[in-house]
Write a protein that binds this ligand. Structure first.
Ligand code: PLP
Length: 399
């Protein structure tokens, strides 16, 4: 027998499988709303002007490609932490928070998960129901038992706050709670500031460890506004890990740029925890890549490029809002009976549309419009050319 003889074929990633099906579809007018990527109004992944400028600068500087330190580029880490916590935040100036560069948001989650497994081998990890599909897999692969806390309420298309608080209370003390800091994926439903306060109070009461995942800072209401939940937790003195992704906010998906920020209780604690986190990185991939990190660091640290980035982010954000507005008003104009106003209050790239799995099947089979079977659509894949076709198709499967 051979070594790999009995190996089973792993199940296909559901979303990547959808992309393959879409690519093989020969119909004209097909639309892929299943993706997790921001497209511009021409249906392209944008190259941001601020990113292009930083790339040109980097190439012209003709720097060598040496190793970075294990924790990555210092100028990136400092700027990423300030973007998250605020420059003048006490956690920042006191030195009790530190940041390491990571391979995207996924890489930041993985470093954090591996480190927590070493620190709290028996802790439970709780993720939202539903959550980004890789959360469960990633924490299970790190060796944790993963459970869900109540989150989405399909009746109201909103947050099930009471259910969520009850779930958090029912967890064993000192569990690890994974939260979407803004622009919840897949539902688009975020807690209000007052609801965040109740969530944070419960977490504090139960001595849970918060792992805040922020993959869409700037896609909700703005860079500062979208960091509000993180800053609330930190100001309350909660110990947290925060995974930042720059994939969407810089449209730098393939460069794998993110950061893990850990907020401890003192500068001395931070120093010791950092030394352990560096061991996790060293034994996984040694140190992060140079190019994308240098690009993001330059944008974050240059006043001019930062202002350009902020403006380009605002454009992406307002285009998404515009698509939400048009989707709702055009569906109404098409005479659908259901009220879709909830789409207007959802935040970020995604919308739980309320479409059922069989309606999603009909959209694909009859109209060439691809969505996730949960009804999740990527609003950032809608544009002025495809929206009317999408609206007509949705209207027809709702009748
Ligand atoms: N976390 C959430 C909630 C996400 O939606 C994503 C990307 O889709 C990630 C993390 C991972 O981001 P990255 O592509 O930077 O690894």
């Amino acid at each position: 027998s051979t070594l790999f003889e009995a190996v089973e074929l792993a199940p296909r990633d559901p979303i990547l499988g959808l992309n393959e099906q879409y690519n093989a579809d020969e119909r004209t007018g097909k639309v892929n709303l299943g993706v997790g990527v921001y497209y511009d109004d021409q249906g392209r992944v944008p190259l941001l002007k601020c990113v292009h400028q930083a790339e040109v600068d980097r190439v012209q500087a003709a720097g060598a490609h040496s190793y970075l330190p294990i924790e990555g580029l210092a100028s990136l880490n400092k700027a990423a932490r300030e973007l998250l916590l605020g420059k003048d935040s006490e956690a920042n100036t006191s030195g009790r928070a530190f940041t390491v560069q990571a391979l995207g948001g996924t890489g930041a989650l993985k470093i954090g998960a591996d480190y927590l497994k070493q620190l709290l081998p028996n802790a439970k990890v709780a993720i939202s129901a539903p959550s980004w599909e890789n959360h469960r897999a990633l924490f299970e692969r790190a060796g944790f038992d993963v459970v869900e806390y109540a989150y989405y309420d399909p009746q109201s298309h909103g947050l099930n706050l009471d259910g969520m608080l009850a779930s958090l209370k029912a967890l064993p003390d000192s569990s690890i709670v994974v939260l979407h800091a803004c622009c919840h994926n897949p539902t688009g439903v975020d807690p209000t500031p007052a609801q965040w306060q109740q969530i944070a109070d419960t977490i504090k009461e139960k001595n849970h460890i918060s792992f805040l995942d922020i993959a869409y800072q700037g896609f909700g209401d703005g860079l500062v506004e979208d960091a509000a939940a993180v800053r609330m937790f930190v100001q309350m003195g909660l110990t947290c890990l925060i995974s930042t992704s720059f994939s969407k906010s810089f449209s730098l998906y393939g460069e794998r740029i993110g950061a893990l920020t850990v907020v401890t209780s003192s500068a001395d604690e931070a120093k010791r925890v950092l030394s352990q986190v560096k061991r996790v990185i060293r034994t996984n991939y040694s140190n992060p890549p140079t190019f994308g990190g240098a690009v993001v660091a330059e944008v974050l640290n240059s006043e001019k490029l930062f202002a350009l980035w902020d403006a380009e982010l605002a454009q992406m954000r307002s285009r998404i809002k515009e698509m939400r507005d048009q989707l709702v008003s055009k569906l109404q104009a098409a005479g659908v009976a259901q009220n879709f106003d909830f789409v207007l209050t959802q935040k970020g790239m995604f919308s739980y549309s309320g479409l059922t799995a069989s309606q999603v099947d009909r959209l694909r089979e009859e109209h060439g419009i691809y969505a996730v079977s949960s009804g999740r659509i990527c609003v950032a894949a809608l544009n002025s050319q495809n929206i009317d076709g999408v609206v007509d198709a949705i209207a027809s499967v709702l009748k």
